[in-house]
Design a protein around this ligand. Structure first.
Ligand SMILES: [Zn+2]
Length: 530
């Protein structure tokens, strides 16, 4: 068992959405440009960044409205109803925007609204409005899709047929881990938006949360991909150079601060642990969870400790906790469920958006010389999967090759920043020199040269973020990067878009103090488009 990740090379990973990412620069749309000029003139000091893939604004920042009475939701809605053309959408589409989320961060209340067209959600399209305590709109980040038009007619493919199409596509050996869920959405293609069934297929084999978009008229698979977030990608056989890698095995007693009464199970305010191989660990009569590292319960304690630590780190940065979109957290008041001993000698760890939980395999090393060590035993692996869960909380289903690469890049950056060590996975990989799995944020990779595979391209992003930390220190870089994750205005961000949002965080909260540094690192040194 060491090739589950081959599911990432399964033909069901179409990722056709990537065709929409192009190098050709789209000029600002005429009417959006006219209207936004008027808006900027009306509000001195306001500024705007164009999205060169859509010709509409990526973000607008400034005092964008008068102070007024009412709620942040009301203020956001009226701003959007008054300025649809600035964002490249019609007045009808502005009326159909629906609030899907809200959160507070550093003095602003953020309202996220989903784009709909003729009653159908436009997949991945939303807008985020930041409102201050005077009820003034201070920033808008947009992932709205301009100029949507669709011809809707009766569906000719039934939901049952769509399910069969997806099952057949996943192959004969397909085995489910849960139930298939569905929605009807408009999915973007190069030819415009298509009405599709969006099916999520949680499969054991091929392992993944498979997202299918099937045309309701002709049953064609418009797009499909695996949204499961793995720790590592395809595991290439490697030469083993150090057969016995010396490691720090000193066990230390730590406090597990948030266990719930009666304090005898690893079930707390922030985490609940599930052991796939055995019933849950029980504390001894003096509330101690003492197990030797080869005991099945040891990993439960280890992962529980790591999740508490990572959760606290993110709460300090302004994380609201798992409250809204993470299924498990929502059902369990913010708890993140962590699974240990997943599979048999399984050489990976992952976050599943279908369950909202994180999973850790035991690894197949040393039985398999090319395998990994127990993935539950490394804090930065837990931090990496936790970050995937956190991003999914604010941006459910972030997608596209660059969206997936950013998911990986942020996850590696925060894992490295938390442990103050640029390497991620250094324990689980027995022979670092020979391995393609261990990742180092301290790198010089450039955007245009990096392969598009998410973990490979993600290293460019984590590398740039790490450079920022080296120059500005952890406090400043964590603040800028965490903030920029929260207010991404789209669920299919590009590197350029994410970098522009980072500049926005700096402009609004730090008065542009770090603009030159960000531009040098991300644009000049890493080659991310200006
Ligand atoms: Zn990952």
């Amino acid at each position: 068992m060491f090739h589950e990740e081959s599911s990432l090379r399964h033909p069901a990973n179409r990722n056709r959405i990537d065709a929409l990412l192009s190098d050709t620069v789209v000029q600002p749309m005429a009417f959006a440009s006219q209207e936004s000029k008027a808006l900027l003139e009306k509000h001195p000091g306001a500024s705007l960044k164009w999205n060169t893939m859509t010709g509409t604004p990526s973000w607008i920042e400034g005092k964008l409205s008068m102070a007024m009475a009412g709620t942040a939701t009301g203020v956001s809605q009226s701003f959007l109803m008054e300025n649809p053309k600035v964002l490249g959408i019609s007045a009808d589409d502005a009326e159909e925007l629906t609030q899907v989320d809200s959160f507070e961060w550093n003095g602003l209340q953020f309202i996220r609204l989903q784009q709909n067209h003729q009653g159908l959600p436009v997949f991945g399209a939303s807008v985020l409005v930041g409102v201050d305590d005077k009820n003034q709109v201070r920033m808008v980040t947009s992932g709205l899709r301009p100029q949507i038009s669709v011809q809707r007619s009766e569906k000719t493919i039934s939901l049952k047929e769509a399910r069969q199409i997806a099952r057949k596509d996943l192959g004969e050996a397909m085995e489910l881990r849960g139930t298939i869920t569905h929605k009807t959405v408009l999915y973007p293609t190069q030819q415009g938006h298509v009405e599709t069934y969006h099916l999520t297929v949680p499969a054991e084999n091929p392992l993944g949360d498979w997202e299918y978009f099937i045309d309701v008229q002709n049953g064609e698979i418009v797009d499909s991909y695996n949204s499961m977030m793995f720790h590592s990608h395809y595991f290439a056989p490697r030469a083993r150079v150090y057969p016995e890698n010396p490691e720090d095995t000193a066990l230390k007693t730590v406090m597990l601060r948030d266990i719930k009464s009666p304090y005898n199970k690893l079930d707390g305010e922030y985490c609940k642990v599930i052991n796939e191989d055995a019933p849950a660990a029980m504390a001894s009569s003096n509330y101690r969870f003492d197990f030797s590292p080869d005991n099945t319960h040891f990993d439960e304690c280890q992962v529980y400790y790591a999740v508490e630590k990572v959760y606290q780190y993110f709460l300090n940065l302004g994380f609201r906790g798992f409250k809204v979109n993470n299924l498990y957290g929502k059902a369990n008041n913010g708890q993140l469920a962590a699974n240990v001993h997943t599979g048999t000698n399984y050489d990976n760890a992952y976050y599943s958006s279908a369950t909202g939980q994180i999973y850790f395999g035991d690894g197949s090393y040393p039985g398999n010389a090319y395998g990994l060590r127990d993935l539950a035993k490394e804090v930065d692996v837990v931090a990496h999967e936790f970050t995937h869960a956190l991003i999914d909380e604010y941006h459910p289903g972030m997608f596209g090759t660059e969206g997936a690469a950013l998911h990986e890049g942020y996850s590696d950056y925060f894992a490295a920043s938390l442990t103050d060590d640029s390497e991620v996975g250094e324990y689980v990989v027995p022979a670092p020199e020979a391995s393609g799995v261990i990742r180092n944020c301290d790198n010089n990779l450039r955007y245009p040269d990096a392969p598009t595979q998410p973990h490979a391209r993600g290293k460019v992003w984590s590398g740039a973020c790490w450079d920022l930390k080296k120059e500005l220190g952890q406090e400043v870089s964590d603040f800028l990067i965490f903030g920029s994750v929260l207010i991404l205005g789209t669920t299919s961000p590009t590197f350029k878009y994410a970098k522009d949002i980072l500049l926005l965080i700096d402009q609004y909260w730090c008065g542009g103090e770090y603009k030159a540094t960000i531009k040098r690192i991300f644009e000049a040194e890493r080659g991310i488009p200006i």
